[in-house]
Ligand binder design. Sequence first.
Ligand code: GRF
Length: 201
Amino acid sequence: MHKVGVLVSGRGSNLQAILDRIADGYLPLEVAVVISDKANALALERAAKVGIPTVVVARKECASKDEFEAKINVALVEAGCELVVLAGFMRILSGSFVNQWQQKIINIHPALLPSFPGLDAQGQAVNYGVKFSGCTVHFVDEGTDSGPIILQKVVPVLDDDTEETLAARILEQEHKAMPEALKLWAEGKLEIFGRHVRVLA
Ligand code: GRF
């Protein structure tokens, strides 16, 4: 069984979606460790509830970003992880971390990239006035939300949407998109050619 490490910062509903789809047999994966940069993240409780080891690496307790990322790296390696899943992890990883895990980091972003990268993607979409938004699961490269796209899911943006109502509609799709992408990865069906990810039959 492939082992993955999940990096989180907060609520952990995407982590929960992964755990639920492992539990129901859809996802052939083991979450070997959940790592949070916030000691009070609800995601840590979700992991602990099903016996998954958790590690907290607080940025402010590290002298540098290098030290912060080195600690995360040690936790991932010690747990035997082959893939790093960013599920609501609110920090940008450095180029050297990304290179160490080249093509082995997957992120979910709550917009249809390349539109609205960075923070507050749902608010950006509402303010811009787009008619559709959604979520994107992608491999992580050195840029912000710029790596090769694995899959996307689309939702309508309604006239009376607020950031919150749109975020809720997108989140429902996130909870489908991430397990789908991870299943493709676990089954060896993803091939990366430059910016393009091909899904094998
Ligand atoms: C999600 O919208 C994710 O796309 C974004 O942060 C949010 C995390 O939610 N990067 P959760 O912690 O998985 O509930």
